[in-house]
Design a protein around this ligand. Structure first.
Ligand code: 2P0
Length: 332
C-alpha cells in the first residue's frame, strides 16, 4: 500500500479543486510520555506500538496554504523562504504531492512555529498536523479528526498526535492500509500539569529519528521486548492519569524514555543522543527528587531534557533549574 493509495481512499469523492485562494490552520506540538520508536510500515509511518503524548497548547505551528504562481512549490518557514532542497521543504513537497490536484499545480506554504525549535520540541509533528488541517480547509474536504490524524501521519508519525489538545493516545492499529492507526484525545484534563524544557544543546542532531528508529528495530537484540514494555507502561500511565497520580505518571514516563534510549544504545552502530549536560541534568532531577521535589523527566531523540511536574512544584523546580522554559498545556 502506498501513501497515495491511502489518500485516494481517504478522499474518495471529495473535491480536488480549491474552495478559495488560501487557508490557514494551527496545530500544537506534542511531547510523548509513552514513546513511538519503531515502524511496522515505513512508507505509511505505521508504528509498532501505541504511544501517548501531551499537546503543548499555544506552542505549535501555524500553516497557510495557497496556490503558488510558480512551476514548483514555494515554502517559507518563520518568514524566510527555504531552498527546495532543505529537509523541511522536501518533506512538505512530498506530502503535498499526495494531495496535488494536477502535476502543474504548485503550492505556496507559509509555516510559522511558536515552538522554540531550539528548545528541543519537535516542530515536524505540529507542522504536518497544521498542514493537513490547512489542506482540508483549502480544498473543503471536511475530514474528521481521525482522518486528519491519518493524513498528518503520512508526513511524520508523531504528527498523528498533534490534531488534538490535552492527553492524546495514538493507537498503532493492525490494518495494512493504516486506516485504524490514528490518535484520539483522552478525557482527562489536568490543569496543574506542567512540562519544562531544558535547552542543553541547540545544534541539529547527527542522526534523525527516522534513521534512528530503523537502526534500533533492525539491530537492537532486545527490540522484541519493546512492545511488551510499552503496553505495560501504557496501562500504568493511563491508570495514573485517571487517578491524577503524578508520582506514578512521572516514574512510568521517565522509565519509558530511558528504555527507549536503551534500544538506541544497544543498536549497531550505537546511537547516543545524550551529552554530558544531559546526564548532569538527569542526575540533578534525581537529586531534586531525593530532596523531596516532585519532578521527573522525559527525553526524545536528542540531547535535551523535558521536565514533568505539577504547578505546585514550579517554584522549587525553577530553584533547581533557573533556565527552564515552562509550558502549561491546559492553561489558555
Ligand atoms: C515520539 N519521537 O513518540 C518519539 C520519541 C522521537 C522520540 O516521534 O519518521 O519525527 O516522521 O515518523 O515522528 C520522532 O519521530 O518520525 C518521534 P517519523 P517522527 O515522540
Amino acid at each position: 500500500m502506498t501513501p497515495r493509495q491511502v489518500v485516494e481512499r481517504l478522499l474518495a469523492g471529495r473535491p480536488c479543486t480549491p474552495r478559495g485562494t488560501a487557508a490557514a490552520a494551527y496545530a500544537p506540538a506534542n511531547i510523548a510520555l509513552i514513546k513511538y520508536w519503531g515502524k511496522r510500515d515505513e512508507a505509511l509511518n505505521l508504528p509498532v506500538t501505541n504511544s501517548l503524548s501531551v499537546s503543548l497548547g499555544p506552542l505549535g505551528s501555524h500553516v497557510e496554504l495557497a496556490r503558488a504562481d510558480a512551476s514548483a512549490d514555494r515554502v517559507w518557514l518563520n518568514g524566510g523562504e527555504l531552498a527546495p532542497d532543505t529537509s523541511f521543504a522536501r518533506r512538505a513537497s512530498a506530502w503535498l504531492d499526495l494531495v496535488r490536484p494536477a502535476p502543474d499545480f504548485a503550492f505556496a506554504l507559509h509555516a510559522r512555529n511558536t515552538v522554540p525549535t531550539a528548545a528541543g520540541f519537535a516542530s515536524s509533528a505540529s507542522g504536518f498536523a497544521a498542514l493537513a488541517k490547512a489542506a482540508d480547509a483549502f480544498f473543503g474536504w471536511r475530514l474528521c479528526t481521525r482522518q486528519l490524524s491519518i493524513l498528518a501521519r503520512l508526513g511524520s508519525g508523531s504528527a498523528a498526535r498533534s490534531l488534538e489538545d490535552g492527553f492524546v493516545q495514538w493507537q498503532a492499529g493492525t490494518a495494512e492500509d493504516g486506516m485504524d492507526s490514528f490518535a484520539v484525545r483522552l478525557e482527562e484534563e489536568w490543569p496543574a500539569f506542567r512540562v519544562g524544557a531544558l535547552v542543553l544543546c541547540a545544534t541539529e542532531k547527527p542522526i534523525g529519528s527516522r534513521d534512528g528508529m530503523r537502526r534500533s528495530v533492525e539491530t537492537c537484540g532486545f527490540y522484541r521486548e519493546w512492545p511488551g514494555r510499552v503496553e505495560m507502561d501504557l496501562t500504568a500511565l493511563r491508570a495514573a492519569l485517571f487517578r491524577r497520580d503524578m508520582a506514578v505518571l512521572g516514574t512510568v514516563a521517565e522509565g519509558n524514555a530511558l528504555a527507549m534510549h536503551a534500544l538506541m544504545l544497544a543498536a549497531r552502530p550505537p546511537l547516543v543522543y545524550a551529552l554530558p549536560e544531559t546526564v548532569a541534568a538527569i542526575r540533578r532531577v534525581w537529586a531534586a527528587r531525593e530532596a523531596g521535589i516532585g519532578v521527573w523527566f522525559t527525553m526524545d531523540a536528542g540531547p535535551n531534557v523535558k521536565l514533568l511536574f505539577l504547578a505546585e512544584e514550579e517554584e522549587r523546580v525553577r530553584g533547581v533549574f533557573p533556565d527552564v522554559d515552562v509550558v502549561a498545556p491546559f492553561v489558555r
